[in-house]
Design a protein around this ligand. Structure first.
Ligand SMILES: CCCCCCCCCCCCCCCC(=O)SCCNC(=O)CCNC(=O)[C@H](O)C(C)(C)COP(=O)(O)OP(=O)(O)OC[C@H]1O[C@@H](n2cnc3c(N)ncnc32)[C@H](O)[C@@H]1OP(=O)(O)O
Length: 159
């Protein structure tokens, strides 16, 4: 295993077209479908980062900010912003694009923790996160802040 890996080593973008099978009766993306895309994209980012099989240990709160409509393109992006000994924190963001108008909007963001496993299925150490330029440092810092803010918003809402 390498001692370090960069945020950009993990960067992953997936593009999906919202087809009728993945929609509800309003022609909008089912929440579970969006979560599935986010899980897969986040897992790929984590596995690219550490070079091992990873499993999802947790997913933070998820707000569905705006719908994705049938025929729109969903762009799912993920990158590692924090590491533990065997765990990897990944920000996953989804935006919708209307391919006819070229417009896009934010739809969903959440933060996942993946755990790297060795060949025996036991948690195994992961590289340290390296952010060698200002762009990667800014992505890491804003993801850390946004995660805390999102969790704080949930607490405020139920207080
Ligand atoms: C490149 C190679 C390709 C290989 C080939 C690819 C094949 C392409 C397959 C594609 C695959 C797609 C994958 C999709 C992702 C799934 O869908 S995975 C399926 C759903 N997830 C699961 O089934 C996981 C079930 N849970 C577990 O197995 C265990 O609870 C875990 C997560 C392995 C942790 O086990 P544990 O015994 O608690 O381990 P422990 O040593 O105590 O803790 C290990 C770390 O986990 C953290 N942790 C434990 N529980 C939690 C929690 N609830 N929340 C946050 N962190 C936690 C601990 O804090 C610790 O972190 P570190 O301090 O080490 O950084």
């Amino acid at each position: 295993m390498a001692d370090t890996a960069t945020l950009m080593d993990s960067y992953t973008e997936m593009t999906e077209l919202l087809l009728p099978n993945d929609t509800n009766n309003l022609g909008r993306a089912l929440g579970g479908v969006v979560l599935h895309w986010m899980d897969i994209c986040g897992a790929i980012a984590a596995m690219r980062f550490c070079g091992n099989q990873c499993v999802t240990a947790s997913m933070d709160h998820v707000d569905f900010i705006s719908p994705i409509d049938r025929g729109e393109v969903a762009v799912v992006e993920a990158f590692v912003f924090e590491t533990g000994r065997t765990s990897i924190d990944v920000k996953v963001n989804v935006r919708a694009e209307d391919p006819r108008k070229g417009e896009e909007r934010e739809t969903t963001t959440s933060f996942f923790t993946f755990v790297a496993l060795d060949e025996n299925g036991t948690p195994t150490p992961v590289p340290n996160l390296d952010c060698p330029d200002e762009n990667q440092q800014a992505l890491r810092d804003s993801a850390r802040e946004e995660r805390l803010q999102q969790l704080q918003n949930v607490v405020d809402r139920i207080d």
